[in-house]
Design a protein around this ligand. Sequence first.
Ligand code: AQP
Length: 354
Amino acid sequence: PKRVFSGVQPTGNLHLGNYLGAISRFVPLQDEMPSIYCVVDMHAITVWQDPAELTRATREVTAAYLAAGIDPKKAIIFNQSQVKEHAELAWIFNCVARMGWLSRMTQFKEKAGKNRENASVGLFAYPALMAADILAYRATHVPVGDDQKQHLELTRDIAQKFNNDFQDRIKELGLGVPNPEPSPETPDELFFPVTEPMIAGPATRIMSLRDGTKKMSKSDPSDLSRINLTDDTDTIARKFKKAKTDPEPLPGEIEGLEARPEADNLVGIYAALSGVTKADVLKEYGGQQFSTFKPALSELAVEKLSPIAAEMRNLIADPAHIDAVLKDGAERAAAIAEPILHDVKRIAGFLECR
Ligand code: AQP
């Protein structure tokens, strides 16, 4: 059975990249398959978070999910730390994943920087927790931005190693399902599915407005580098106006965007916000100057984002409602994850005395 899982960290400024690369794509999926959207607070603490700020940001991400159109009656919305199975499965996966695999993760290298000795163990083990988030629900589809591609490959590696290491035991206990893609290297029955990454569309990697070679990110010290979901009309217009570009007009063809990262980025944002392709945007704006294109882009961004920001403000004013959504979601999530973890523990040979 198909199931979607994805998450966003409550680590401050939610931005247009998080919205276009992830949150906005969650909304239509809730009508296609059972969907679980998590606020991944346990991932957030892999780098220091002020506790009160973490609580605030957890509610803010939840508000963004709801304001963007995720319906808590259809999809499950909850925060990770309320469902203990994430931590339990992460430990088992820490023992499945290899040091070498995790050492190759570019996000760890970037976030740990030069002072690796001082990075938290959690930051290193982050991808094993992410695999646990997904596989605690045996999720098959994971919509994310391009920056998560390597972590999703690791999730597949962990699932495959678990299925291989325990293949006899899985069969013996009758807990496997037939392998949909049999091969000589893989067992004929699997416990964990091999997850499908969903990285598609014109906005898989929104870049900084100040540097077209850097990803738009919550932690960029320059607020001008990103459009925050909560920015007001004037701020959005000012940020696009100041956005770095080159002096050439927009090209008429998509090939003309190669080697022009800033232009490519703004065209991609326009395309994603209006639900068309970059080629369509160039059909309309090819040959025009940025002095024409930028105001059109600002107007479109305001049109799409301001209702979300307004709804987020309403929701945040009622924290009790947000907390109730998260509690209900956590109960529904746990009801799926508990029996899966029960089976994982049997497979591993953990003795349960009840
Ligand atoms: N620039 C981006 N373009 C497209 N998608 C993006 N995502 C993040 N940045 C972009 C996607 O948003 C989802 C949630 O991301 P996250 O909360 O796990 O954090 P992150 O990827 O670490 O995001 P940031 O903003 O870059 O945070 P910092 O600055 O802390 O590293 C994911 O699906 C992600 O792909």
